[in-house]
Design a protein around this ligand. Structure first.
Ligand code: WTA
Length: 656
């Protein structure tokens, strides 16, 4: 278990102490770790007091029936009130909540006062349509303000939202509507992607036709494209929401009242409906957003460049930033539309100070070249964030230098849909950064790396990441399936240890390095090698822009390493086509990590298959590497990618 073939993750020796100016004024200092360790529940109780409660809790945590937790037992609050109304009451109604930027370049500026009116109107509309507390409402929208307004309107009346990412198919939407038992769907005619309108309503029509229980579909007009209409069921947002009163008295709900369901894929075909509740969730997203990003509500312009259809959007576009009265940027489109400098143009235009995104995007920008961001004024940036996958040191350093101007700390935040909020991350005013490591559990969080038997590993060992204490924003169950909840997360090491499904390593200082999903850890001749380590090595080579590595079953070694690489722009056609470069790369990895990590096969490709959220679909790559039939590929950003990759597939794997 503890054996690794080599070590690229810690090979990057550079260290980055916090900028003194930032450290001097940081929201939290080093003492926060000690305080939280001394009294973990007291620490979270204090974090909860940053919110406005209408009734105090009797008990911070009830863990008498693990793994079913109750946080802030007996406490009552309204989540939407905490995100919107209280800031208006405190005299901040004119502060901008969102600078929204549409892909075609249209913009909307929404202040807290305006947001309050919009949320109240939408809440009144839902009530008029008979939506009650506890009912599930599906939201299938592009990145437009109505997505946020709809989520908050649900929260306000105690309805449970279930946002489905707009890139998902009608099939995926239908199965989620059925599993959640949604009574209403909020969608739009479409949104803009890559310079053209992209329709959403047809998928909703298809999905609703195949399910039962949806009474109404509210349709936001975004593109103006023609839509099919189901009289009596379908309602234009403009007709049903706009005429409503801007007054709505928020009702208080129990701290454990369900807030939302977010589906996430597991190891089986059926997605899991992760359930989050109110008080604990809002406490941890708000506190982490404030501490991890050092958010200053009066000065910062915060931008999570992700989609609200994912947990990152829920926690760090909507709930965390709004609870903290942040001013955020929200962008509808893709980074290359209409040009590859679009993001940097947005940073310059709004003076973004904190940017939060995923390593895969950073590597894309690397591929496009540093001369693109160099054309824009990025001097407003002061903190950068990363989420979604391990960030290889190469990408970290590029992000640090070419986006952060060498002055911005990078917080590499490890967490999951299930954890709801940051769990392992550096703190920008405290931590001396190691490129590629998420470093320390957040204050009040207990994360450990254990071996297969659950024994804690320390100092330079590789194992499984577990969370050994409950945390406020933890998932409460899998919707409708308590057994699967226990089985998936809380059975491997007993009912009070959360199994995260990630491999991790602790280095000699006790810092944590995430090594990817454990199902992505390969076993080659009895040696455990992380796909991430091999990828990191490949991306460290001057010719490689992006790499994806999978373990393909191999009759001799158990698994063989197969790598798919995208080359950088500076590699000539001729170099790219020959075998010489591939051999050089194999040797490079062997040298970097150890001969055991030498890829059996390397394929040069133009694209990698990714989900809409930017995760590389390793299952598909593994299928290609093993020549298996491909399953459903509707969640790919571009399924023609697969054809291109298959075209590159040699008849037989190269031997030696
Ligand atoms: C991975 C996204 C390394 C990890 C918030 C986890 C990361 C999964 C990091 C959850 C990180 C996320 N370093 N790996 N900073 N952040 N992951 O549910 O494998 O979409 O289990 O949540 O992403 O993905 P999810």
């Amino acid at each position: 278990m503890t054996e690794t073939a080599g070590d690229t993750t810690t090979a990057e020796g550079r260290r980055f102490p916090p900028p003194p100016e930032l450290a001097a004024h940081a929201n939290v200092g080093p003492e926060v770790y000690e305080e939280a360790a001394r009294d973990r529940l007291g620490f979270w109780a204090e974090a909860a007091r940053r919110l406005t409660w209408t009734q105090d809790w009797d008990e911070v945590l009830d863990w008498s029936n693990p793994p079913f937790a109750k946080w802030f037992v007996g406490g009552k609050l309204n989540v939407a009130y905490n995100c919107v109304d209280r800031h208006v009451e405190d005299g901040h109604g004119d502060q901008v909540a969102y600078h929204w930027e549409g892909e075609p370049g249209d913009t909307r500026t929404i202040t807290y006062a305006q947001l309050k009116d919009e949320v109240c109107k939408a809440a009144n509309a839902l009530l008029e349509l008979g939506v009650q507390a506890g009912d599930r409402v599906a939201i299938y929208l592009p990145m437009i303000p109505e997505a946020v307004i709809s989520m908050l309107a649900c929260a306000r009346i105690g309805a449970v939202h279930m946002v489905v990412f707009g890139g998902f198919s009608a099939d995926a939407l239908a199965s989620r509507i059925t599993d959640a038992g949604a009574v209403l769907v909020i969608t739009s005619d479409g949104g803009y992607r890559r310079g053209a309108p992209s329709a959403l309503k047809p998928a909703v029509d298809d999905a609703v036709d195949r399910t039962e229980g949806v009474r109404n579909v509210i349709v936001v007009k975004r593109t103006g494209e023609e839509v099919a209409w189901n009289e009596g069921r379908d309602l234009w947002w403009d007709d049903v929401v706009e005429r409503q009163s801007t007054e709505h008295e928020p009702e208080s709900f129990d701290a454990e009242h369900p807030l939302y369901i977010m589906y996430t894929s597991g190891t089986t075909a059926k997605p899991k409906g992760i359930l989050h509740t109110s008080g604990g969730y809002l406490t941890q997203v708000a506190y982490t957003h404030w501490a991890t990003f050092d958010l200053k509500a009066d000065d910062d312009v915060f931008w999570t460049a992700a989609d609200v259809g994912w947990v990152t959007g829920h926690s760090y576009i909507v709930y965390g930033p709004l609870a903290n009265r942040a001013t955020s940027v929200m962008y509808e489109g893709t980074p290359e539309t209409p040009h590859r400098g679009r993001w940097w143009e947005i940073v310059e235009k709004y003076g973004v100070t904190i940017l939060y995104t995923a390593p895969t995007v950073i590597r894309t920008f690397m591929k496009w070249g540093e001369d693109i961001p160099a054309k824009f004024d990025l001097s407003s940036l002061r903190v950068l964030g990363s989420v979604g996958e391990p960030i290889n040191p190469e990408a970290w350093l590029w992000y640090h230098e070419h986006i952060g101007g060498g002055r911005c700390p990078i917080v590499d935040t490890w967490w999951q849909t299930e954890t709801g909020a940051h769990m392992i991350t550096p703190l920008p005013g405290v931590t001396t950064l190691k490129p590629g490591s998420a470093q320390r559990p957040f204050p009040g969080i207990s994360a450990k790396v254990v071996d297969d038997e659950g024994n804690e590993l320390e100092k330079d060992a590789t194992g499984l990441l577990v969370l050994t204490e409950p945390w406020p924003s933890m998932l409460r169950t899998i919707w409708g399936d308590d057994d699967r909840y226990v089985e998936t997360y809380w059975s491997r090491f007993g009912t009070s240890v959360y199994f995260a499904g990630d491999g991790a390593k602790v280095d000699e200082d006790g810092d944590i390095w995430l090594l990817g999903r454990v199902d992505d850890v390969m076993n080659v001749s009895g040696h455990r090698i992380s796909t991430t380590e091999v990828e990191s090595s490949l991306v460290g080579h001057a010719t490689v822009a992006e790499a994806a590595v999978v373990g393909a079953s191999d009759p001799t070694t158990g698994q063989g390493i197969v790598a798919f690489v995208i080359l950088r722009g500076n590699v000539t056609e001729e170099e790219a086509s020959g075998d010489e470069l591939v051999q050089r790369l194999r040797t490079h990895v062997a040298k970097d990590i150890g001969p055991i990590a030498k890829p059996r096969q390397i394929m040069v490709v133009q694209e990698l298959p990714k989900t809409r959220s930017g995760k590389i679909m390793r299952r598909l790559l593994r299928d290609i590497a093993e020549n298996r039939d491909l399953g459903d590929v509707t969640t790919l950003t571009d399924s023609s990618v697969m054809d291109m990759i298959k075209d590159k597939l040699p008849a037989a794997p190269s031997e030696d």
